[in-house]
Write a protein that binds this ligand. Sequence first.
Ligand SMILES: [Zn+2]
Length: 630
Amino acid sequence: MSMHPLALCVGIVLLGGSASMSYADDRIPAEAKVAEGDRVDLHSFSKPNQVRVEHVRLFLTVDFAKKELRGEAALRYKREATAPRNAPLVLDTRDLTIEAVMTDGDPHLDNRLSYTLGKADPILGAPLTIAIERDSGEVIIRYRTSPKASALQWLDAPRTAGRKHPFLFSQSQAIHARSWIPCQDSPGVRVTYDAEIRVPDGLGAVMAADRVRQQGNVTTFKMDKPIPSYLIALAVGDLVFRPIGKRTGVWAEPSVVDKAAYEFADTEKMVEAAEKRFGPYRWGRYDILVLPPSFPFGGMENPKLTFATPTVLAGDRSLVALIAHELAHSWSGNQVTGATWRDFWLNEGFTTYLENRIIEDLYGKDRATMEAVLGKQELREELAKFAPRDEILHVDLKGRDPDEGMTRVPYEKGALLLKRLEDTVGRDKFDAFLKGYFDHFAFKSLTTDDFTRYLRAELFPKGPEPVDLHAWIHNPGLPDDAPEPKSERFAAIDKLAATWSDGKVMARDLRAADWSTLEWLHFLRALPAKVAPEKMRELDNAYNLTDRGNSEIASQWLLLAIRNGYTGSDARLDDFLTSIGRRKFLMPLYTELSRTPAGKERARAIYKKARPFYHPIAVESVDKLLGVGG
Ligand SMILES: [Zn+2]
């Protein structure tokens, strides 16, 4: 995918304080230029080093019939002293209809401002350039969203758990906030916001923000911490709340809420464990919203209110590592944020590492180690397929959609680097470093370069550092000194997998009825590439794998079923793909189906039924994979 040529010229953002330093200034020493270049966000048209938005006020009406949000966004801005005197305010938009742009002046006077909406780039959307008269103030943009807004999913009632009311939810990461709010859509720009959301009768709104009040159909929200636009989030539906701890609770449809409260009962304990390690939880409440099954991700770390897939409601609390992960983002990602999508690994590598530490504190070393082994295994599988440029932590996303950077690399390779650092300096020293890091950069956005400079100063002030940071961050592949987590339990399961597949024991002799999710995942992955369909049936008969409600086990099993031509799971595969929209499960299954012509035909037939139910983000991925859509 190539970027619109115009975007290459104007679609760059300089972030941070050194606004006087121009990208093209040849008086700057080469080294400083490289560092400044790192602050360039290729995925935003905005120029916050000239005019920066600081606060957003939203007044939006939710219209399910038209599938649109309409109303106003009032943006408080400030022009930097170093910016040209007539520097305009530049915002990102995608598929928005702009009806008027006004100043906050006397409403009796003509308060319209002139603006231009640029040509739309397929990845970035269209820049909205507003001529502002003053160095600070507020612009008010009256607009409406498109029914195909990439951040918004409008679900008809039959696609929800309760099947009586429609549902709407947003997913703004990576660059989708611009499809529902005109904004400076870069993780390097942080804003506070207020919002008034008007919804139809019988429905309720939640946002990843504090709930201020509700009057009739209008709910008012407030976010008092500066956050990047990709963390602004809204959901509307038939939602109820259950408290699960003093500052924790769940929101969900009425038929799901009790199950969710049971599943996430340990959340308060997780917050306490994380605070002990990484410093205070600074967001007030931590609640979880359980979405309908078409949510394309496992979870989204929207501040104060994690959005989560219902596929983690396994009934036995076995998949709560996902909550540990989203909670950990309260420190890494939300409190301290990578400044551009190249720095995404600062969010996800840290969070994957923190997640594992929380799991260890709550459930012990064995379980944490098993999770780490599975994580590294997933990374290895991806590395085997990737081009070298996609194996790099500080990934080059020029001309690409940042959603393409969301691989296991920033997560697992990033976490392995942090584990390597922990092993090098010792846990106590590393924990103190982490606490200091989260405090030092609290509510700031930083680049990879900012991170390495801080790390060197704090951990290795006398240099040279014992870990080759440059190789870890800028080279493809996995360095030789990557930690190798080892699980004794998994080693025992490897042996069982071998003896069963060699026919030395029967499936029922594995005594696997009480295995945990992690043990099953490891066992299924440890089986040889080819397992005879009769053997698949034997295993299925012994442990009822086809009908497992646990989505992780089910998807791993279905993958094996496709690969080995086991027809006993055909109906279940159909049902799974048409009732779950989580991309992590969809992509491997459709990929496996596509390996044979008959499989591909089947994939297309299933997808035809499932496509209307999936989120636009998942649709885009599967369309591309199967070569359909348009
Ligand atoms: Zn994450």
